[in-house]
Design a protein around this ligand. Structure first.
Ligand code: UDX
Length: 474
């Protein structure tokens, strides 16, 4: 393998939109700072990405940025959705490590370091150790949730997971700093299992432990939001780079480097955005619209869809709803076209929105969200308060932090009925409660935006990361 003084960083994300997006932002930032980058997707996601990315102009702008791909083990044509994510995890575990090893061996320029998703540790860490390449682990969750994952085995030992007596409102006791914050129902969704030897729970316990063999941890959060728990994580990782909100840091650095936003990739994603909703938003009054999106993975049943629909219509507020083609599942699903007909009066439906732009639009006054971490950070940065309906992964922890720690929204976890939706939308959009919530929402928006300006905490941490990667070069 050739060696040069230009650092070469290889990225390995988990194959999901919410993981690829922040890692791609970081990859572009490092590339702008002079690193050669190789971004490794699965074949399936690579094809999706390339189907609507102009690769020629991307490479004209960023000649030192390469895409590579490895198989995910599922047969072509099979859906990669939440319903078969266990199967995907199984096949990935079977094929990703040898494929990644082969890619590393055959690459002409030896990577200076690998930035691997914490949940891809099984594919990256052994191989990197064998080849003597440093690994930095990137956890796409926030610090609070990352800390919670480090206590999964303690939760099992303490008998708090699985939940034997079914009392979901009991406070958990064995996560330092979160004793008075998290209840059983606020634990990550992988804790909602019947047996302690559940294979998915055990996969996450293993991955969380394996990632500690990395030399440092990157988190898409900012110091001012989670300082106490970041310092607790220092007991596990001596080096932690908090560089979020990455989408905002990306915009801030791109502006500083005087790269126009249209010249930058500005969010390479797996799906093509439908921008028609921006014109609709232009016609709506200031802060009147509730934006509704459940991210890239969460599904709704027909019943849940109807409860949300009635709650939204009954609230009397205009709403913009992202209905992905695979959002609604089940035998008696709802045709998105049918939904569009019903909502025509007051709502607007798109299959995939330019979410960052939507949240920054002056007509948007609230966000009904699944509490994915990217969506939460994007909402915080835009100063938009939230109603949270968490479903999977870190979302239960995130929504608890939103409502109880940061006080920038409401948590409707484990309920889904039209009257709750209607009440919370009204409370969020125009009640005295909104005034209270807006005080902390505005303050965290200010802190988030300050952290990505020159001299801010995330901006400076990115500089440190760039410097540390340079010092790894031979
Ligand atoms: C998942 C987990 O839920 C999340 O918590 C974890 O940290 C990463 O993996 P996902 O369910 O996709 O991610 O949610 P989220 O983290 O919110 O990411 C969704 C991303 O897609 C956001 O960056 C959002 O801006 C983007 N998006 C969503 C769009 O661009 N358009 C849309 O219409 C909807």
């Amino acid at each position: 393998m050739e060696q040069t003084n230009v650092p070469h960083v290889m990225f390995l994300p988990l194959p999901a939109q919410g993981h690829i997006k922040p890692m791609m932002k970081l990859a572009e930032l490092l590339n702008q700072a002079g690193s050669q980058v190789t971004f490794v997707n699965t074949d399936h996601n690579h094809d999706l990405l390339m189907s609507h990315t102009d690769l020629t102009s991307f490479h004209d702008r960023s000649p030192n940025f390469l895409f590579r791909s490895i198989p995910d083990g599922l047969r072509p044509g099979k859906a990669r959705s939440l319903s078969n994510c266990k199967e995907l995890l199984d096949t990935l575990q079977a094929v990703a490590r040898p494929a990644f090893r082969q890619l590393l061996i055959s690459t002409s320029m030896r990577p200076t370091c690998i930035i691997a998703d914490g949940i891809m540790s099984f594919a990256a860490i052994d191989v990197a150790e064998e080849l003597g390449i440093p690994v930095v682990t990137f956890r796409t969750f926030n610090a609070s949730c990352t800390w919670t994952y480090f206590h999964l085995s303690k939760l099992v030992e303490a008998g708090e997971v699985p939940f034997p007596d079914g009392n979901l409102d009991k406070s958990i006791t064995c996560i330092p700093g979160y004793e008075n914050v998290l209840r059983i129902r606020d634990l990550p969704s992988i804790c909602r299992v019947e047996k302690a030897d559940d294979p998915v729970l055990n996969f996450y316990m293993r991955e969380t432990s394996t990632m500690t063999r990395a030399s440092a941890l990157i988190l898409n959060t900012f110091h001012e939001l989670e300082a106490p728990v970041i310092s607790r994580l220092n007991s596990i990782f001596t080096k932690i780079y908090t560089i979020g909100p990455l989408h905002a840091l990306y915009k801030s650095r791109t502006k500083d480097l005087m790269i126009s936003q249209s010249d930058s990739s500005n969010g390479v994603g797996l799906w093509k955005e439908d921008k028609s909703c921006m014109t609709w938003l232009d016609s709506q009054p200031l802060r009147s619209v509730i934006y509704v999106s459940f991210g890239s993975l969460v599904n709704l049943t027909r019943l849940q869809t109807l409860e949300f629909l009635h709650g939204l219509v009954n609230s009397g507020k205009p709403f913009l709803w992202v209905v992905r083609p695979d959002l609604i599942v089940g035998e008696f699903g709802i045709d998105p076209m049918e939904l569009e007909m019903v909502t025509k009066e007051r709502g607007f439906i798109v299959s995939w929105a330019p979410q960052e732009e939507v949240l920054g639009h002056p007509a948007v006054g609230g966000f009904l969200t699944h509490s994915g971490w990217n969506s939460t950070l994007e909402s915080i940065t835009a100063g938009v308060p939230m109603i949270c309906w968490p479903q999977i992964a870190d979302q239960q922890v995130n929504s608890r932090c939103v409502s109880e720690v940061w006080k920038i929204g409401f948590d409707m976890k484990d309920t889904c009925d039209r009257s709750t939706v209607e009440k919370l939308v009204r409370d969020l959009m125009d009640s005295n409660k909104r005034e209270e919530i807006m005080k902390s929402t505005d303050e965290f928006a200010r802190l988030a935006n300050d952290s990505v300006k020159q001299g801010g905490s995330s901006y400076s941490n990115l500089e440190k990361l760039i410097e540390d990667i340079r010092s790894m070069s031979p």
